[in-house]
Design a protein. Structure first.
Length: 136
C-alpha cells in the first residue's frame, strides 16, 4: 500500500521525484521499514506534542520520515519539509483508501447459540434414618 502512495505522491506533489522505478521501490521499502520500527519510537517520544496538537503532530513525524527516506535513497528526492508534509498526507490518504478497498474483510460477529439448559442431576431420597445428604 505504501508503494502506491509513494508513486502517487511522486506524481502529484511538487518537490518529490522518483527518477526510476528502482528508486521508487527502494523508497517504498525503506519507508515501510521505518514506519514499522522508527515511527512508533518517534510517536512515543513526541507524545506530549501529540496530545497538545490533538494528534496533528503525526503529520510532522510522517514528513520527517519521508525526508529521511529522501536523504537515504538514491533516485528518490524530497525537496524540503513542505513537500514532505504534503507527500506524507498524500501517502496516508492513498494507503488508507487502498487498505479499505483491498484489506481483509471483517467477519461479522456470529450470534452464539445458547446451550440448552442443563437438567439438574436426579435427586434420590436419603436412605431411611440417615437424614438429609448435603450435596456440595
Amino acid at each position: 500500500m505504501t508503494a502506491a502512495g509513494v508513486l502517487v505522491a511522486s506524481q502529484v506533489v511538487p518537490g518529490i521525484n522518483a527518477h526510476n522505478w528502482q528508486g521508487l521501490l527502494a523508497a517504498s521499502l525503506l519507508l515501510g521499514i521505518l514506519n514499522a520500527f522508527l515511527r512508533p519510537i518517534m510517536l512515543i517520544l513526541s507524545l506530549p506534542l501529540l496530545i497538545l496538537t490533538l494528534g496533528l503532530f503525526v503529520l510532522v513525524v510522517n514528513a520527517m520520515l519521508l525526508l529521511l527516506v529522501g536523504k537515504l535513497v538514491g533516485g528518490f528526492d524530497v525537496a524540503g519539509f513542505g513537500s514532505a508534509l504534503l507527500g506524507g498526507i498524500v501517502i496516508s490518504i492513498i494507503s488508507m483508501v487502498a487498505n479499505g478497498l483491498i484489506g481483509k474483510p471483517e467477519k461479522p460477529p456470529e450470534a452464539s447459540n445458547p446451550s440448552p439448559p442443563s437438567t439438574p442431576p436426579s435427586r434420590r431420597p436419603p436412605p431411611a434414618g440417615k437424614g438429609p445428604i448435603i450435596d456440595v
